[in-house]
Write a protein that binds this ligand. Structure first.
Ligand SMILES: NC(=O)c1ccc[n+]([C@@H]2O[C@H](COP(=O)([O-])OP(=O)(O)OC[C@H]3O[C@@H](n4cnc5c(N)ncnc54)[C@H](O)[C@@H]3O)[C@@H](O)[C@H]2O)c1
Length: 344
C-alpha cells in the first residue's frame, strides 16, 4: 500500500487534531470525515479539503479510506469500530475503548475475524518520559514490583464538550475518561500482572452544582477511587477526578514501587508537561535520577506503520480490554459496596 487513506469519524476536538497531524505524516493522507453536525462537515470540506459524509453508511459505500480514526463520543466507539472492521478497514479508536468490556470483546473479535489492525489511542504511552520509564521497567531494574499508585486529579476540569457528563453517551465520568490512561500506564509499567479483585468508590460532590451554575445537567461521578489486587500479590491504588478542592488544574501521576527501585511518570506543576524519575540505591547510596525522555513515533504514525508493514500495533487492544475490565469492576464495586472478583 503506497499511502494509507484515513477517514476520521467524529470531527470534534480530537478529530480535527488528528487531521492536522495527518498532514505532516509520510505514508498517509486524511481523505474523509463522518460527522453528524453540519457545521463540522462544512469545516472539514472548506478548511481541510476532506470529503464529508453525514452517515457511516455513505462513507463506507464511497470506499474513501483504508483505515479510520474513531473520535466520536464513547457510546459510538464499539459499533463504529466493528462496522469499519467488517468493511475491511483498519481502526485506531479513541479511548476509552468502549462503554464496557463486553463491547471491547466484540471489537477484538471483529478485528480477528476481519484480519484487520485494531488499536486504542492510549496516547500517554507515546510520551518520551513514559517510554523512558517503560525502558527501565523492561530492563528489570525495578526488581520485584509490589505496589503502584496512579491517578489524574483535577481541581476544576470537567470537559466542556456537551456529552462528557451525559451517562448514556460517556458511560461514566473521570474514571472512564481519565482513569483509562493512568490505569493503562500503571499496568504497562508493572508488566501487566493479572488483576484478580477490585474495590472502588465513586462520588458526585461538586459536579452537579458546578454544571447547574452553567445551566447544564451533570449525570456522572466527579471523583473515583479504587484498589486493585493482582494474582502475584502486587496491588494498585487509583484516584481520578474532574473536580476537587485541591491544588492543581491537572495532576497526573503513576508511581511504581519495586524491591530494587521505584519510578514515576508524572505531570510537572499542574501542566501537560511530563517527567520520569527513578529512585533507589546506587553503590549503597540512595539517590534520585531524572530519566531522559525516549523519542519515538506518535500513535497515528505507529498505526500507519503497522498497516503498511503488517507489524504490531502501538497499543494491543487486549491491553485496553484489561483496563476496561478493571473500570467495569470499579464501577460495579462502587455501586454494590463490595469487592469484585475478576476471573482471568
Ligand atoms: N487520547 C486522549 O487523550 C483523548 C483526549 C480527549 C478526548 N479523547 C476521546 O476522543 C473522543 C472524542 O472526544 P472529543 O473531545 O473530540 O469530543 P468532541 O465532542 O469535541 O467531538 C466529538 C465529535 O463527534 C461527533 N459525533 C457525535 N456522534 C457522532 C456519530 N454518531 N457519527 C459521527 N460523528 C458523531 C460530534 O458532532 C463531535 O463533532 C472521546 O471518546 C474522548 O474520550 C481522547
Amino acid at each position: 500500500m503506497d499511502e494509507v487513506r484515513l477517514g476520521i469519524i467524529g470531527f470534534g476536538g480530537m478529530g480535527r487534531g488528528r487531521a492536522l497531524e495527518a498532514v505532516k505524516l509520510d505514508g498517509m493522507r486524511a481523505t474523509a470525515v463522518v460527522e453528524t453536525r453540519e457545521e463540522a462537515r462544512h469545516r472539514a470540506t472548506t478548511e481541510f479539503e476532506l470529503e464529508a459524509f453525514e452517515t457511516l453508511d455513505e462513507f463506507l459505500d464511497a470506499g474513501a479510506a483504508d483505515a479510520v480514526y474513531v473520535a466520536t463520543p464513547n457510546k459510538f466507539h464499539a459499533e463504529q469500530t466493528v462496522r469499519c472492521l467488517e468493511a475491511g478497514l483498519h481502526v485506531l479508536c479513541e479511548k476509552p475503548m468502549a462503554m464496557n468490556a463486553a463491547e471491547g470483546e466484540r471489537m477484538i473479535e471483529a478485528a480477528r475475524r476481519a484480519d484487520r489492525k485494531l488499536t486504542i489511542n492510549l496516547s500517554y504511552r507515546a510520551t518520551g518520559p513514559a517510554r523512558a520509564a517503560r525502558a527501565v521497567a523492561e530492563e528489570g531494574l525495578l526488581g520485584e514490583v509490589y505496589f503502584a499508585r496512579t491517578g489524574w486529579m483535577r481541581n476544576r476540569g470537567i470537559p466542556g464538550s456537551g456529552w462528557f457528563a451525559t451517562r448514556e453517551l460517556a458511560g461514566g465520568g473521570p474514571l472512564i475518561d481519565l482513569g483509562v490512561h493512568r490505569i493503562d500506564l500503571a499496568l504497562w509499567l508493572m508488566g501487566h500482572p493479572e488483576p484478580v479483585a477490585v474495590s472502588g468508590a465513586t462520588y458526585e460532590a461538586l459536579g452537579r452544582r458546578l454544571w447547574a451554575e452553567r445551566g447544564r445537567d451533570y449525570q456522572v461521578e466527579d471523583l473515583a477511587a479504587g484498589f486493585v489486587r493482582f494474582a502475584n500479590g502486587a496491588t494498585l491504588s487509583l484516584q481520578t477526578s474532574w473536580a476537587t478542592n485541591s491544588e492543581w488544574r491537572e495532576d497526573m501521576f503513576t508511581y511504581v514501587y519495586g524491591t530494587k527501585a521505584g519510578i514515576a511518570h508524572r505531570s510537572v506543576g499542574g501542566t501537560y508537561d511530563f517527567e520520569a524519575r527513578m529512585w533507589g540505591e546506587t553503590a549503597g547510596t540512595y539517590s534520585e535520577t531524572k530519566l531522559e525522555p525516549v523519542r519515538g513515533p506518535g500513535h497515528l504514525e505507529a498505526f500507519v506503520t503497522a498497516i503498511r508493514d503488517d507489524g504490531p500495533v502501538p497499543v494491543p487492544p487486549e491491553d485496553a480490554l484489561q483496563v476496561q475490565r478493571i473500570i467495569d469492576a470499579l464501577y460495579e464495586s462502587a455501586r454494590t459496596g463490595r469487592e469484585v472478583r475478576l476471573n482471568g
